[in-house]
Design a protein around this ligand. Structure first.
Ligand SMILES: [Zn+2]
Ligand SMILES: [Zn+2]
Length: 228
């Protein structure tokens, strides 16, 4: 496993012999968008959060330059900062967002929620493809296994890749922190349960790729996370 960081941590490339995870940091909330691609050059986009032409070009340029074909786009949860690029990605690549059905409240209220944060959401594309705990998003040799991890927001999922040992956690678990629980459907006890009973059952050497901020590992957070 090789991790190449360009020092600003803005465009970390996480490469294994099988899988490439490219991270982008998009929009004023600093959301991590991940493009995960396998050997077959198909990719899954997680939390497309690009909010303007420059960010859209950055994402589509990477996909183009690396000869990738996006076959799925998935949202870890439907908070507005994580869905800002959904319409661009869906229109550009002919995809529908994949999400957990329990996030319904958030796609129904995304416009109002957005306006609270000064984000004008032109169009909310409702998911039509739903996943649940235990489902696997699969493209060639790339597999992302779904864990249902509510507590930060209903409908929050984490995506585990067991072959290359990483988990994309959205806003559930961060480096040295956990997701906020003061927004609608937030629940500290439930969040703690999601982390301790689901994420922390993964081996300690699994990399944690969060929805904001730098990478960490399951082992590091088990030992050092002050919120747990
Ligand atoms: Zn969130
Ligand atoms: Zn977020």
């Amino acid at each position: 496993m090789v991790i190449i960081d360009n020092f600003t941590n803005e465009k970390l490339v996480f490469i294994t012999d099988m899988i490439v995870v490219q991270k982008f940091v998009f929009n004023s909330f600093g959301v991590n968008t991940y493009v995960v691609s396998g050997k077959n050059h198909e990719c899954i986009i997680v939390d497309p959060a690009c909010m303007n032409l420059k960010e859209e070009k950055e994402l589509s340029g990477y996909i183009h330059d690396n000869h990738l074909t996006p076959v799925m786009t998935v949202n870890t949860h439907f908070h507005v900062d994580h869905i800002l690029g959904n319409s661009f990605v869906c229109e550009t690549y002919g995809l529908k967002p994949i999400a957990h059905k329990n996030g319904k409240l958030f796609w129904e209220t995304a416009r109002e929620f957005g306006s609270v944060y000064g984000l004008a959401i032109q169009q909310v594309i409702k998911p039509e493809l739903f996943v649940e705990e235990g489902d696997v998003l699969k493209s060639g040799d790339l597999e992302l296994r779904v864990l249902y991890t509510p507590g930060h927001a209903d409908g929050s999922i984490s995506l585990v890749n067991d072959s290359q040992k990483f988990v994309i956690t959205g806003d559930v678990l961060f480096y040295g922190s956990i997701g906020r629980t003061d927004l609608p459907t937030g629940d500290y006890d439930l969040l703690k349960e999601s982390i301790e009973q689901k994420l922390f059952t993964l081996p300690g050497d699994y990399a944690v790729l969060p929805g904001h901020g730098p990478e960490t590992t399951i082992g590091y957070e088990k030992l050092n996370n002050p919120f747990l």
